[in-house]
Design a protein around this ligand. Sequence first.
Ligand code: PHE
Ligand code: CO
Length: 295
Amino acid sequence: MSTPQRVEHQLTDKGHVPVYTTAVVEQPWDSYTASDHAVWRTLFRRQRELLVGRACQEFLDSQDAMGMGEDAIPKFADLNRQLQARTGWTLIGVQGLLPELDFFEHLANRRFPVTWWIRKPEQLDYLSEPDLFHDLFGHVPLLMNPVFADYMQAYGLGGVKAHGIGADALAQLTRLYWYTVEFGLIDTPDGLRIYGSGIVSSKGESLHCLESDAPNRIGFDLHRIMRTRYRIDTFQKTYFVIDSFEQLIKATEPDFRPYYQQLAEQTSFPAGEVQSDDRVFHRGSGDGWLLDGDV
Ligand code: PHE
Ligand code: CO
């Protein structure tokens, strides 16, 4: 099992995406090569160094607490003992991206699918689909946080529901995942910090989202997010900033059915456009951030 078993390519609104077998696979830990472990070590070191002072402290502390280190590709079984004790989540091995409903059902049952294979040494900076480094380094640490762990499960349950409603509801819910779980920023007393998995697993985006003046950073607004399209082939044009994980769970607690109905009558926003009532973060004179209207 040294190459991922691709079963088909599926045409979606994002183009052709690979779809793999939905089977749960045992992590083939003994067949990782020295080169696989070296890729993990190189990426782990590089990102950890970059993320101190950039990622939120919950992310960094959780990663340490679960014993995820640079030495070798972690064993899912070892991480599962920590997750079980802390929040009851279980990592399961998969070949790659799953069909949406399968993915939602795993989350709804507190199972997080992790791609078993890791990228090649020539793909350190970019690859177009999730691999073990993105899934494990990026997504798994925050599953140790009780509030975020609950949010992920609630998202899964919401996904099963949206799937039954239709394609538009599903697309709107997916935007929420994209702008929180994958590309979210959080406002802390020390400044803006990263919590999104798609950012923490990418050197370029970790720098871009905080250091570049190109993207917009907009205060979290559930409806605004569910109306906002996104780019999958380049750095984000807009990041949404939460105040806390509690804010996330509170805002997403209500039944989304009326929201989907309401959104059906509204147009979507382009990825990079600022709307008149957005709360926009601006860089202050020091290294801090100011929100529109704040003094
Ligand atoms: N409350 C949402 C619903 O009824 C479910 C949800 C929770 C969606 C958390 C996203 C995140 O559909
Ligand atoms: Co991801």
